[in-house]
Each structure stands twice: as C-alpha cells, then as structure tokens.
Design a protein around this ligand. Structure first.
Ligand SMILES: [Zn+2]
Length: 275
C-alpha cells in the first residue's frame, strides 16, 4: 500500500524546525505539485535549486529517514528545467512509493494550510503552533488540527463470493468495495452496518477488523473490515453512489498489481483465499 515504504521510515513527530538548503521542496499550485517525472518516476526539487525560493518562505514538514521535506508557504513558481505541476489523479500513478507517499502527504497538508488561512470563528489570520501540528488563532485562541476523515472499507463475503461495486459518476472504473464516512456519534462498527445497508441493502455479521490506511489522497483514514452476509443476498443499489454492485467468485477477481490501496489489498487477500 502507498504508506508501505520500508526500509524507509516516515517521521512525523512535530519539531520546531526551520527549512534548510537541501530539503526536498514542495511547491503547490491549487491542487497540483511541482515534480520532475521521467518514465513514471518522480523527483522533487531541492531548496536552493530554484531561483526565487528562500528558506524563510518555506515551512518545514516532516522527514523520511534523514531527508527533510519543506513546502513553500505562499505562491508558486513558473515550471522550468523539466519540472511541471501534476494533480493528484496524475501523481498517484507515479513511483517509487517512498517518493509518492511524501508527495501525497504534502498534497493533503497543502489543502489543509490553503483552506485554513483565517479563523472560522473570528476571522483573524491563523499562525503555526509552536508545539504541535496545528494552526492557532492569536485573537480567540481557537486551535485547528489537520483534516483527517475516518471512513470504512468493507469486504462483504458470501462463501466464495465477494461483493464488488463501482462508483457512479467517477473517472475511476476499477472495482471497489463498500466505503463510507463515519458520522458524528457513531462507532466505526455502526458505520460498517449503516454503509453496507445504505449502499447495497444487505445486512452483515462477523465483523473482522483487517487494517487501516492513511488514504492521504483524500484526507481520509480508512479502516478495513471483512464481514459475512447476514440473510438475504439481494442487492438494492444506492444509485446516487454506485453504478454496480455484484457478487463475484474468488476465481474471477482481478489481481492487484498496483499495490496502492487498502481496497485492492483486501480484494487480493480474498482472491488468494487468505481472508
Ligand atoms: Zn479566532
């Protein structure tokens, strides 16, 4: 999955650190990030490499192993020297994973910083916290944390069959599992039951937690569950969300070759008879 970058280690413990020459540099324009891409492999500029970008204009973010990453706080630069801006649908296809994952995290942080310049309560300009990854309002004291939305991915089994879906109205045409966001006041298990019933109209039992995944492409923390059909297997599609929902035999499932998403890994686990 995208966060599996071993032997490299992502370090996000908060440090009050200034950006330095040699840091790998994120420059964002709207939802896109400045990258150099060759044969599907991405690389980032270093602070000091691009004219007009100084350390004082950048915010230190995190490190992978000993390598720090920083981000230009405001504005963008004209792409040059083989660099160009790529959006999330484009850069999620790039590799290696130990570069893609930092890029995806930077995309999420960029959305959060960009959308939280001012306090939503009093309108004052927000400042970086000096003790944690947060934005603070100097006028009213409000603290804003990064946006991470909890959601479930649910693999519903019926013997040797798995319930697969396709999203309606999206560019992505690959198979999906049941997925949905946790609501206020709801346990994550209740989210599983509600989302399955809303999307395909069936009941489930035997919930087994599998793994979680920081799906940073959409600021989401996914929690994956396997479970079994409970009762009637008739599917009633929620057509606003899904264009297809069907039971697929283990032997008919597509093989996962991208190794990016929790969804694909869970389908693969079932295909191999491991779940
Ligand atoms: Zn305020």
């Amino acid at each position: 999955m995208v966060q599996n970058i071993l032997p490299h280690i992502y370090h996000n413990t908060f440090q009050l650190r200034k950006a330095e020459q040699g840091d790998l540099l994120f420059i964002c324009k709207d939802d896109s990030i400045l990258l150099q891409v060759e044969d599907g492999r991405l690389s980032l500029p270093r602070l000091g490499e691009l004219p007009g970008v100084s350390a004082e204009q950048c915010r230190s973010l995190f490190s992978v192993d000993e390598q720090w990453f920083c981000m230009l706080r405001e504005g963008a630069v004209e792409p040059s020297a083989g660099y160009d801006y790529y959006n999330v649908r484009q850069y999620r296809e790039f590799r290696p994973m130990d570069r893609l994952f930092p890029v995806a995290i930077a995309g999420s942080l960029n959305r959060w910083y960009r959308d939280n310049r001012f306090c939503g309560r009093c309108g004052a300009v927000l400042q970086d916290s000096e003790t944690e990854r947060a934005l603070c309002c100097p006028a009213c004291g409000r603290v804003i944390y990064p946006k991470i939305c909890p959601a479930v991915i649910v693999a519903v089994r019926k013997g040797d069959y798995l319930l697969l879906t396709r999203y309606a109205g999206r560019a992505i045409k690959t198979y999906a599992l049941i997925a949905g966001f946790n609501e206020i006041g709801e346990t994550i298990e209740e989210t599983v039951h509600r989302e399955v019933f809303e999307e395909v109209g069936v009941r489930v039992k035997n919930l087994q937690y599998y793994k979680s995944q920081p799906w940073v492409f959409t600021d989401t923390l996914l929690m994956g569950f396997f479970c079994d059909l409970d009762g009637d297997d008739h599917i009633t599609l929620q057509e606003s969300e899904l264009s297809m929902g069907t039971w697929v035999h283990r032997s008919e499932l597509p093989e996962d070759t991208a190794h990016l998403s929790l969804t694909a890994e869970m389908i693969e686990q079932f295909r191999l008879g491991l779940a």
